[in-house]
Ligand binder design. Structure first.
Ligand code: UD1
Length: 416
């Protein structure tokens, strides 16, 4: 198992290219299962989750070639409709194959994802949505079996605008008979991209980027050639590091996806230069404590909550950070406290009292974004920090240590 070794307290400077978005690429890969023929996706981040999804595609029988961030997937000869537990338990997004397989072949078997480090994380909206589209859903030996001769358009409302359920149901509805309307749909940038790509494939979708999606089912779709949108979470992570450690420029970003984050950073005292596809941030002389509450897009992303807590741990004053999406997503807090942060928790809210400095210590990654918060904290902490179990970070960040190293940070990967 690898670990990251960080000698903190250095300044960073220079520029870094942001990769394609993890949360965009996974549903896009699933969407290629909707058609016969070869689809091409560019700017594909080489992540552990990308590789896991490729293994899943291989099991299903879709042929893929992944080289130099270009991915081609040919789903002409599907041989299995099953996503096994081994893969689903390591990556919940495996569930994304259910919508496309059900829509195209009338059957899908996907292992039911269990709970995760953030709490229960149910998939009931996905399943109720498929049922509304006319599918029969059976749970057998931990697997969900979904069957439908032909899906039929329906009216579907989500209690919470779920990203995963919006993507899955949309991918199913594009090939259903008749009209599907999803209300209270998610409108994260990766959902917008998925809908745009489905449209390019020949789907008829109205209301893209709003909370109501109207989908007119079509008989068939065609393969597609697309480029993944920039990863706003990776970008946000680097912005927070810059606010603490130096002047850096992020290239190949979409600042419009990050409005709330750049706004909060400015409120905390950071100086930002925002252009069409780049953002420059300068280290704050005196970082001020700023509260945040996570929310669905365009609110503050829950995927940047952990990194914001790391930032606030050395801010001037006290802040509270509330996660309204996942009540239990705070496994980074005890690890940050090991580095000298002063954070307490009450239900879904972290209370952070800013300290002058953090001090290096061995810490443990617990999930993708929690690990990113530990990297930020380790980079500002005095002395050496060893971050173990970094397979979590490899799931969602492409070459994070190389990117920080190129900015002048002292960080390396070692085998434990
Ligand atoms: C996606 C992202 C994840 C991000 C999250 C919220 C991917 C691969 N993952 O996860 O990084 O943190 O969005 O932005 O894109 N819910 C239900 N029932 C359901 C589905 C969701 O109750 O069937 C609840 C969840 O427990 C949660 C909320 O809805 O409280 C939002 O979850 P959702 O948007 O579905 O998250 P994911 O798609 O799993």
């Amino acid at each position: 198992m690898d670990k990251l070794v960080v000698h903190g307290g250095k300044t960073i400077s220079g520029s870094v290219d942001i990769s394609g978005a993890k949360n965009a690429i996974l549903p896009l890969m699933a969407a290629t299962l909707l058609v016969e023929g070869k689809s091409t996706i560019r700017r594909v981040p080489d992540l552990r989750d990308t590789r896991t999804f490729l293994r899943l595609l291989d099991i299903i029988g879709a042929h893929s070639v992944f080289m130099d961030s270009k991915l081609t997937i040919d789903a002409s000869n599907i041989t299995s409709f099953e996503a096994p537990y081994d893969l689903v338990k390591t990556m919940r997004a495996s569930f994304y194959v259910m919508g496309p397989l059900l829509a195209r072949f009338g059957e899908a078997r996907v292992s039911l994802p269990g709970g995760c480090a953030w709490g229960p994380r149910p998939v009931d909206y996905h399943l109720k949505g498929f049922e509304k589209l006319g599918a029969e859903i059976i749970l057998k030996k931990g697997n969900i079996i979904a069957r439908a001769k032909k899906l039929k358009g329906a009216q579907i409302h989500f209690e919470i605008p779920s990203v995963g359920a919006t993507a899955n149901i949309t991918m199913a509805a594009v090939l259903a008979e008749g009209v599907t309307q999803i209300t209270n749909a998610a409108m994260e940038p990766h959902i917008v991209q998925l809908c745009d790509v489905l449209k390019k494939m020949g789907a008829q979708i109205e209301g893209i980027g709003t909370t109501t999606l109207t989908i007119h089912g079509v008989k068939e779709l065609r393969p597609v050639n697309v480029t993944t949108i920039p990863d706003m979470i990776e970008a946000g992570t680097f912005l927070m590091a810059g606010a603490l450690m130096g002047k850096i420029t992020l290239n190949k970003v979409d600042p419009s996806h990050l409005s709330i984050v750049t706004q909060k950073l400015e409120q905390a005292g950071a100086t930002l230069g925002i252009n069409d596809e780049s953002i420059t941030i300068e280290k704050c002389n005196e970082l001020q404590a700023v509260d945040i509450t996570t929310d669905v897009h365009p609110g503050f992303p829950t995927d940047l909550q952990a990194q914001w807590i790391a930032l606030m741990s050395v801010a001037n004053g006290s802040s509270h950070i509330t996660d309204t999406i996942y009540n239990d997503r705070f496994s980074h807090v005890p690890e940050l406290n090991r580095l000298g942060a002063k954070i307490t928790l009450k239900k879904n809210r972290a209370f952070v009292s800013g300290v002058k400095t953090l001090k290096g210590a061995p810490v443990m990654s617990t999930d993708i974004r929690a690990s990113a918060s530990l990297v930020i904290a380790a980079l500002i902490a005095k002395g050496r920090t060893d971050i173990s179990r970094i397979y979590h970070i490899d799931r969602g960040y492409e070459k994070i240590e190389e990117k920080f190293k190129s900015l002048g940070a002292e960080i390396s990967r070692e085998s434990e």
